[in-house]
Design a protein around this ligand. Structure first.
Ligand code: F6R
Length: 612
């Protein structure tokens, strides 16, 4: 939530900042702003998208080779020009951009008001920049010391960058709980919430750790210290990311590009981790903790949103294949309900961004209670990847569309490998079945390619139902979580109210919704429950619902009853979510586009949810 970018060097800062903000816009798009330091400090900010800020500054002085920028996802205060970042201190000397939440801002604000400070915005950020100013004044210390002392007084999460009107040679950046990366170029520095604004200038980066801050100077000095004022040697990493992976590459939207990337990223997710012929699986971190994982009394999976849905699929996979009890918990509930967790449990935390605040908090609880915590993350070097004892990256590449697509499928791939590996260790599956599933997984990209070829047919179905107000998604077994995820995809990008249900639950309530206007998307690829799904289709048709059925190629029975069918290649039932999810992603995408919605940046959402 919220994107931060900063520059110090010989270039003009504004073009670097504005381009960086556009790359970070997926993190929030309620307002945007920049502060540029030339002979004077110029702060420009505007409610709305980065493009609105760009139009606003068109006739303004945008000179300066040091500056900070921000794109906001509102927490404290409505999205308007005043609440937009950067925020200035009362004297006008300091400007600050912030991602996160200062939880104790209210008492600090009250104290500052007593000392005469005036607040123009409703934000916690304006409190922080004035606290820094007050500390500097009262303690008669440098800006660096004032930032450190102030940050030691605040409770909450932050990534910040501060700029001083009196010193155009220095930036100060700090983090706790929100990500921050520093790019080190030739006589120039970049700071950003992720590496996407940095990648085209340098591949050398330092990821700040929690409770660390960086002092970045024009003369090339780059110092990293802890909030306890201890200097540490920064670890300079080489970025693996390339520019192409963060651009649209000819697609109209990132979401569509990411849907189409699924055959490739699935291959990336399994590369080097399995061999179908020899029947082996090797997931990072699993062998190191093999004893604890293989002997886990229980597996608890914790995540949010789409990642929680992939966790639900894992519950079916692990219990069916490895016969280990699994519980799947919303991280936001887990963290506050005093859960029973102990050292014989393994907790799997799933997160695309690796920054979700609730998931991070759930991990801390699991660690406090001595459980082994295994992370499944997409973003390399993210907070969750670092907070867990071991883990596997999904290798889906940057996911920029706010609606998660390829991250979901790669999470399911990793969880499938985990379930199979555990089953092999526990002796609950035969080698021949293991090989059969691995062989199918190895070749699944071909079937996903074939499913993507159904795009124009799915688009035609989308055109028929685009104006509905409600939709129901039904699935059984492995396809039940897919129904939930299909409904989430539709509601979040097209704003159509949609619900996912286990198909058999329909008769316990949702059946009342069915009339001739309600599309019911039924996932009907499960061979083990086929006859039961046929009955569900009949129940919907008897009430005149519009049935859109996802069936296996060659299906005859449901094809005759449904209004629309999407025939997908048949696969092993344990792998079916990896196929059935694809048409649901495409259906949501086309409906949202036809309704004129902003597919990549749906209203009120942000890609990385770093607040509770
Ligand atoms: C929906 C979506 C969200 C995320 C959720 C968790 O398309 O993307 O529901 O899945 O916010 O995010 P991560 O996986 O980054 O922890």
């Amino acid at each position: 939530m919220c994107g931060i970018v900063a520059y110090l060097g010989e270039r003009e800062a504004y073009p670097v900042l504005i381009k960086g903000l556009k790359r970070l816009e997926y993190r929030g798009y309620d307002s945007a702003g920049v502060a540029l330091l030339d002979n004077d400090l110029h702060v420009y900010k505007k409610a709305g998208k980065v493009s609105e800020l760009e139009a606003f500054v068109a006739d303004k002085n945008i000179n300066g080779n040091i500056g900070i920028g921000h794109t906001r996802w509102a927490t404290h205060g409505v999205p308007n020009d005043t609440n937009a970042h950067p925020h200035m201190s009362n004297s006008g000397q300091f400007a600050l951009v912030h991602n996160g939440i200062i939880e104790n801002y209210a008492p600090i604000k009250e104290q500052l008001q007593k000392s005469g400070y005036v607040f123009h915005s409703q934000t916690d950020t304006e409190v922080l920049v004035n606290l820094i100013e007050e500390v500097k004044k009262q303690e008669k210390v440098s800006l660096e010391d004032a930032v450190r002392i102030a940050l030691n007084q605040v409770v909450g999460a932050y990534a910040i960058v501060v700029i001083d009107k009196e010193n155009n040679d220095r930036l100060i950046a700090a983090r706790k709980g929100s990500p921050l990366v520093v790019g080190i170029g030739e006589a120039e520095f970049f700071v950003a919430s992720d590496a996407s604004p940095i990648i085209e200038y340098t591949k050398h980066v330092v990821y700040l750790d929690d409770q660390e801050y960086a002092i970045i100077d024009r003369d090339g000095t780059f110092t990293v210290k802890t909030l306890g004022n201890v200097e540490i040697s920064p670890f300079i990493q080489q970025l693996q990311l390339d520019l192409e992976s963060i651009e649209k590459g000819g697609f109209e939207h990132f979401m569509l590009k990411e849907i189409y990337e699924q055959p490739k990223v699935i291959k990336d997710a399994i590369r080097g981790r399995m061999n179908a012929t020899d029947g082996w699986i090797k997931l990072g971190g699993v062998s190191e903790f093999a004893n604890r994982i293989n002997n886990a009394k229980r597996i608890i999976i914790t995540a949010c949103g789409t990642s929680w849905h992939s966790g639900l699929i894992a519950e079916y996979l692990i219990e069916t294949l490895a016969r280990v009890p699994v519980e799947v918990e919303y991280a936001s509930e887990f963290r506050y309900r005093n859960p029973i967790v102990n050292e014989s449990d393994v907790v799997i935390a799933i997160s695309q961004s690796g920054e979700t605040a609730d998931t991070l908090a759930a991990i801390e609880i699991a660690k406090e209670r001595q459980a082994l915590v295994y992370g499944i993350c997409n973003v390399i070097g993210s907070s969750i990847a670092r907070a867990t004892h071991a883990g596997s990256y999904t290798h889906a590449g940057p996911e920029i569309g706010v609606a998660s697509t390829k991250a979901f499928t790669t999470q399911v791939v990793i969880l499938t490998l985990m379930a199979l590996q555990l089953a092999q260790q526990k002796g609950t599956i035969s080698l021949s079945y293991l090989r059969q599933v691995l062989y199918e997984l190895d070749n699944l990209h071909v079937k996903i390619e074939a499913t993507l070829k159904l795009d124009s047919h799915i688009k035609e179905i989308a055109a028929k139902i685009k104006d509905v107000e409600n939709a129901l998604y039904l699935g059984r077994g492995y396809n039940f979580p897919v129904a939930l995820e299909g409904a989430l995809k539709l509601k979040e990008i097209s704003y159509i109210h949609a619900e996912g249900y286990p198909a058999a639950e329909m008769k316990h309530g949702p059946i009342a919704l069915i009339d001739e206007n309600l599309p019911v998307i039924i996932l009907a690829t499960n061979e083990s429950a086929y006859e039961k799904i046929v009955s569900n289709v009949q129940e919907v048709k008897a009430r005149k619902g519009i049935v859109i059925a996802v069936v296996n190629e060659g299906d005859t029975q449901i094809k005759q009853m449904a209004d629309y069918v999407i025939e997908v290649p048949k696969t092993e039932e344990v792998l079916s979510p990896l196929i059935t999810m694809i048409p649901l992603q495409l259906l949501s995408y086309h409906i949202a586009v036809m309704r004129g919605a902003n597919v990549d940046q749906p209203r009120n959402l942000a890609k990385s949810v770093t607040v509770e």
